[in-house]
Design a protein around this ligand. Structure first.
Ligand code: FAD
Ligand code: SF4
Ligand code: SF4
Ligand code: SF4
Ligand code: SF4
Length: 417
């Protein structure tokens, strides 16, 4: 009988699945059990597409298809919650199990507190996360630094601080992530600054850190983080689809040490990145310079989990002049003022920016300052952000009455009579 707080080694009892899984296959086995037992209507996870650089979100309703999602894709820089909000009706009336990295989990809470995702219908299976490499960077890094053909790589993994690639002919090559990052390659900049390595606000947090002894590489380290997670593990073990044993105490200690080392590294990157941005006028000047490349493609808004408004203020002609490229700085100021207190540093606004503007860095730097001022930590629970001080009832009424949640009005958007 599993309970919240338990730490166990868990592995699938299905040998075929084990051979495809990242380590113990517990994640896929638990997801499969959740679907088979009808605890959920669907599983939303990530599968390999054309190659290792092509991570695809996938909605699965047939348990047989789940094995396609086994394995970790370190070039998978997706953010699943915004897709659930946009295309799966925010899990309003479907129960969905989702594999979440730390940033997915944080985005889930931010969307839930804005009424865009029904958390009661979501089962979050968390995976520890040391970071992801953007597909573009991965190809560049493999060609330039590994001196290998990116199209010949069939598998990548991160092990003992190395990024390792396995080639079609079975040979492999690993280079330390520190070395790669010192030379400007490696993980996304937001991942380097990320301090959410073990997603403990999900229902379970699964990883490979701390699996030692004869189970090394063959079991998943599972930390049970909620009653929902405990129930799932208990029932799946009773049904015989996963086997478990208590985690080795030495393994628990090692896992704690690795997590702490990663947090230290994250703080180091924060210092480095934020110091390089400067302060006050100097920081503003850098942001103005970089954002002057903006082509107003709206990708940052489309992808950001905090942006969900029916009418976006950046499209209000009274605030941002239409047809002007680059848009006036107000375009970016609107985003800063609406999002900075809740930014979860997921990196989507930077990853998908057509003009390669370091948007996530700018927003994250401001979020950290606001957290110091107001103490609000986004993404870890349902506590409301600073901006929630607006009258929600009034806003909802406006939306119901006019179909618009736009507060500001102008000639193109006259006030309702
Ligand atoms: P499997 O049964 O193989 O299932 C893997 C699950 O991961 C699937 O549900 C799949 O949908 C999902 N998945 C794969 N790629 C992604 C992605 N890019 N984004 C979201 N979901 C994805 N563990 C650690 O202990 N330390 C780490 O530093 C660490 N870094 C990781 C980095 C990434 C990008 C990912 C995806 C995972 C990382 N993990 C890390 C977790 C570890 O790799 C395994 O996912 C975990 O141990 C579960 O193993 P399993 O065999 O039970 O998973
Ligand atoms: Fe992982 Fe954090 Fe990067 Fe998200 S932001 S992919 S949780 S390291
Ligand atoms: Fe993610 Fe960028 Fe939105 Fe922050 S502002 S939550 S980094 S998309
Ligand atoms: Fe994002 Fe602000 Fe636009 Fe809403 S109004 S979608 S928070 S930029
Ligand atoms: Fe501008 Fe980049 Fe946002 Fe597109 S994604 S609107 S180019 S900042």
């Amino acid at each position: 009988m599993a309970a919240k707080g338990d730490m166990v080694y868990a592995w699938t009892t299905d040998a075929d699945l084990q051979s495809k899984a990242e380590c113990g296959g517990a994640v896929t086995a638990l997801l499969k059990y959740a679907l088979e037992s009808k605890a959920v209507d669907a599983v939303f996870a990530v599968q390999k597409g054309l190659d290792i650089y092509d991570a695809q979100p996938t909605l699965i309703t047939d348990p047989k298809d789940l094995e396609k999602t086994a394995g970790s894709l370190h070039c998978g820089t997706l953010l699943l919650p915004k897709i659930i909000k946009k295309y799966l009706d925010g899990a309003k009336d479907k129960k969905i199990a989702v594999t979440v990295k730390g940033c997915d989990m944080m985005a889930m809470y931010e969307l839930a507190k804005r009424g865009q995702i029904n958390l009661d219908n979501i089962l979050m299976i968390g995976v520890n996360c040391g970071g992801t490499v953007s597909p573009v960077m991965a190809r560049k890094m493999i060609a330039e630094k590994f001196e290998l053909d990116p199209d010949e790589v069939v598998k990548e993994e991160i092990d003992k601080g190395q990024f390792i690639v396995v080639m079609k002919d079975g040979t492999h090559k690993g280079i330390s992530i520190d070395e790669l990052e010192d030379e400007g390659y490696g993980r996304r900049s937001n991942c380097r600054r990320c301090l959410l390595k073990v997603p403990r606000q999900a229902d379970i947090a699964a990883g490979n850190w701390g699996v030692i002894g004869d189970k090394a590489g063959k079991a998943t380290f599972v930390e049970v983080c909620s009653q929902k997670g405990a129930d799932l593990l208990t029932k799946a073990a009773a049904a015989g689809v996963v086997a478990t044993e208590p985690a080795n105490p030495k393994g628990i200690e090692i896992r704690g040490k690795v997590e702490n080392a990663m947090l230290k590294l994250g703080n180091k990157w924060r210092d480095k990145d934020f110091t390089a941005l400067g302060e006050g006028d100097e920081r503003l000047k850098k942001i103005l310079e970089e954002t002057s490349r903006c082509i107003k493609c709206y990708s940052c808004i489309e992808a950001c989990p905090i942006c969900y408004c029916v009418d976006c203020s950046t499209k209000n002609p009274a605030l941002v002049k239409p047809g002007q490229i680059p848009p006036g700085f107000m375009f970016h100021l609107i985003r800063f003022s609406h999002i900075a207190d809740s930014c979860v540093n997921c990196g989507q606004c930077e990853e998908l920016c057509a003009a390669e503007i370091p948007n996530a860095l700018f927003m994250h730097a401001q979020q950290v300052e606001l957290e110091k001022l107001f103490g609000h930590k986004p993404g870890v629970d349902m506590s409301l952000p600073v901006l929630a001080l607006v009258e929600e009832a009034t806003e909802r009424k406006r939306l119901a009455a006019t179909g618009s949640d736009q507060i500001y009005t102008n000639v193109f958007n006259p006030p309702p009579q």
